[in-house]
Design a protein around this ligand. Structure first.
Ligand code: ADP
Ligand code: MG
Length: 631
């Protein structure tokens, strides 16, 4: 009988603790002599350190203390802390570009200057503004204005040339005076400005200048056949300039200069070969073949024993780095170092993505969307250090701490407290680093798997595809719905509905695409419109979570057959997402599966499943430590 208990004889105060990659959760409960459970409080905090390492202690202690405070209990009353046994799983993320647009001759300018002038398309030969007078009448000219020209002088020079019969069809400026120049022209033409490297525009060459109307994007120069029409290209030449068209897509204005030796290439960068070992096979796949080919190979090598990348290639470096990080976190003073050979990559998720990259050879900081592959790799070691964490928690709290159960099994156990859930059931734990599935059969047999890639990968995809360069902003785009601030008093939500406000909105959100956080609208610093931000967000979620949900469930389903599953409960932080659960339910519905978000203990939503599962497992155990057999 415990001497610490204040409650009725035989009751025990226990805390279940789930240390995850991102979050540490605690569940405090009192267990009666008959195994009955009264839940007293839950809590969660950020995980400290890499999951499964001694650094987790601080986070675990603060989660426990928080739960104790909520339950009105003290650490001295705790009979036992129950920790989850988790195979250390770390997920490494890497992204490599597999295409590169290079324009060796200066053939293209495409950007979004704030102030282009005029509108339309002008095609002619490039001439410096100082040489306009030398042009023969009747030949269309694109006028190039070097830096230092005043807008009045430039407009006067162009007007004078036009007056003497020169057909000026467009102009390219270094400064930002396009509107001022255009307003002074006797015959308005499209004018592109803010071209920093205007001196590099080749003279005497055929060029096309296009400026779209406000709120529009260019139509001709962003279309391969538009370029072919303007420059009279044959099919081979059209293929050659197609990267130019792609790089110019979405711009308000553009210039394309045709130089005879112009060499535009769309190079594929060899990223390297991924070597997968599993199911008695060794499979090799080129990473630049894309996500589908990679995932196909991963599926054929199931269960995966290990994965390597060809040394000296991008993918080789990527996987080696994940392995090294794991070796580092597993090292601890007084213990022999963990050999890198002990660390196996047990799963890989590949996702096709694109990254905006500056075009080599562009004149105005043009970017092209280059294809890339993102890889999430999951590493496991043979050595678990949870016992060490338990010892440290015990020392820090002054109460006994032990390992109370395996994570996957405990997650199902906790999910069973959701109203309407019973055996047989499968759970999907949508976390930060990994997506975990577990199946509990009618007979009580449990199987669990982890697959690489979850919430962090979604955040990373959003961050890079929108070129945000800020993880926190990307996390906000993932969590919250979008809106467009249309006036100081109203916004349009992403579903098209309009909301009005009594108080004016802050000026910094005016006319911006915003995320609707609980603290109010926050601008998304991107040049993309609401629709494309929304598309990027939803695609990132779908490519990670729908793919992984199906992959993980197939691995636990009897004979890999999804139809054999009837009920799926979604758990974990990413099950709180406002659209991921619906996407997964939609993907599972054709297989006849009932899928919904868990509500652990009837109150906790998808959170706290593992922690409360640990408490339930302890209460159900026929022999509870320090108490002898119940009854
Ligand atoms: P783990 O079990 O790996 O510690 P969690 O279950 O805490 O992970 O899930 C962490 C993930 O959940 C993170 O990627 C985080 O962005 C995501 N997440 C947490 N809350 C929300 C929310 N309200 N909406 C969308 N995603 C969320
Ligand atoms: Mg978790």
């Amino acid at each position: 009988m415990s001497t610490r208990d204040d409650g009725p004889p035989g009751t025990q105060l226990v805390v279940g603790v789930d240390i995850g990659n991102s979050t540490t959760e605690a569940c405090l409960a009192e267990i009666g002599p008959d195994g009955s459970i009264s839940y007293l409080g839950t809590n969660l905090t950020r995980t400290t350190g890499v999951k499964g390492t001694p650094d987790n202690t601080a986070g675990a202690l603060s989660a426990i203390r928080g739960a104790l405070a909520r339950g009105g209990r003290s650490a001295g009353e705790v009979h036992r802390v129950l920790l989850n046994e988790a195979t250390p799983v770390i997920s490494g993320l890497a992204m490599e570009t597999i295409t590169e647009t290079i324009i060796t001759e200066s053939t293209m300018i495409g950007h979004n200057p704030t102030t282009p002038g005029g509108e339309g398309l002008g095609v002619g030969t490039t001439r410096s503004i100082g040489e306009l007078g030398e042009q023969e009448p009747g030949q269309p000219v694109v006028c190039v204005v070097p830096p230092g020209w005043d807008f009045d002088d430039a407009a006067a020079a162009i007007n004078a040339a036009v007056g003497s019969g020169v057909e000026v069809v467009a102009a390219i400026l270094a400064g930002d005076d396009a509107v001022l120049v255009t307003n002074r022209l006797v015959r308005p033409v499209p004018v592109v400005d803010e071209v920093a490297a205007v001196e590099k525009v080749p003279l005497g060459m055929l060029a096309a200048v296009e400026v779209a109307a406000p709120g529009r994007t260019i139509r001709t120069l962003s279309n391969s056949y538009g370029l072919a029409t303007v420059f009279g290209l044959d099919p081979a030449e059209t293929r050659q300039v197609s990267p130019v068209a792609r790089a110019l897509t979405g711009n308000r204005s553009a210039v394309v200069v045709r130089t005879p030796s112009g060499d535009v290439t769309d190079r594929r960068i060899p990223v390297g070969e991924l070597v997968l070992r599993g199911a008695g096979k060794t499979l090799r796949v080129d990473v630049d073949a894309g996500a589908e080919a990679i995932m196909d190979a991963v599926a054929r090598a199931q269960p995966l024993d290990d994965a390597h990348g060809e040394p000296g290639t991008h993918v080789g470096g990527m996987l080696a780095q994940v392995r090294d990080t794991m070796a580092d976190v597993m090292d601890s003073p007084g213990q022999p170092a963990v050999p890198v050979s002990d660390i196996a990559i047990r799963d890989v998720l590949a996702v096709d993505t694109f990254v905006p990259a500056e075009v080599r050879g562009g004149l105005a900081g043009e970017v092209a969307l280059e294809n890339a592959v993102a890889l999430a790799a999951m590493v496991r070691t043979s050595r678990s250090r949870m016992q060490l964490v338990a010892d440290l928690v015990s020392e820090g709290l002054g109460a006994e701490a032990a390992i109370g159960g395996i994570e996957g099994e405990m997650a199902v156990n906790g999910a069973l407290t959701t109203p309407g859930v019973d055996r047989p059931v499968a759970v999907l734990d949508l976390g930060g680093g990994s997506t975990d599935a577990a199946l509990l059969t009618r007979e009580g047999k449990c199987t669990a798997v982890h697959v690489a890639g979850a919430g962090e990968l979604v955040t990373k995809l959003i961050d890079s595809e929108l070129a945000l360069g800020d993880r926190e902003v990307a996390e906000g785009v993932k969590w919250f719905p979008l809106a467009k601030v249309e006036s100081f008093f109203h916004i349009r939500h992403e579903d098209g509905t309009v909301q009005f406000f009594d108080e004016p909105l802050p000026p910094h959100v005016y006319a911006r695409v915003v995320v609707l956080t609980p603290e109010g609208p926050a601008p998304v610093p991107t040049r993309h419109g609401l629709d494309s931000v929304r598309r990027v967000r939803r695609e990132a979620k779908r490519r990670v979570f729908v793919v992984n949900a199906l992959r993980a469930l197939r691995q636990v389903a009897p004979a890999g057959n999804l139809r054999a599953l009837e009920f799926v409960v979604l758990l974990g932080g990413s099950a709180l997402d406002f659209e991921i659960p619906d996407m997964i339910a939609d993907a599972l519905a054709p297989h006849g599966i009932v899928c919904g978000t868990g509500n652990v203990l009837g109150t906790e939503g998808p959170r706290n499943a593992v922690a409360s599962g640990l408490v339930r497992a302890y209460a159900a155990a026929p022999v509870r430590a320090g108490q002898g057999p119940t009854r």
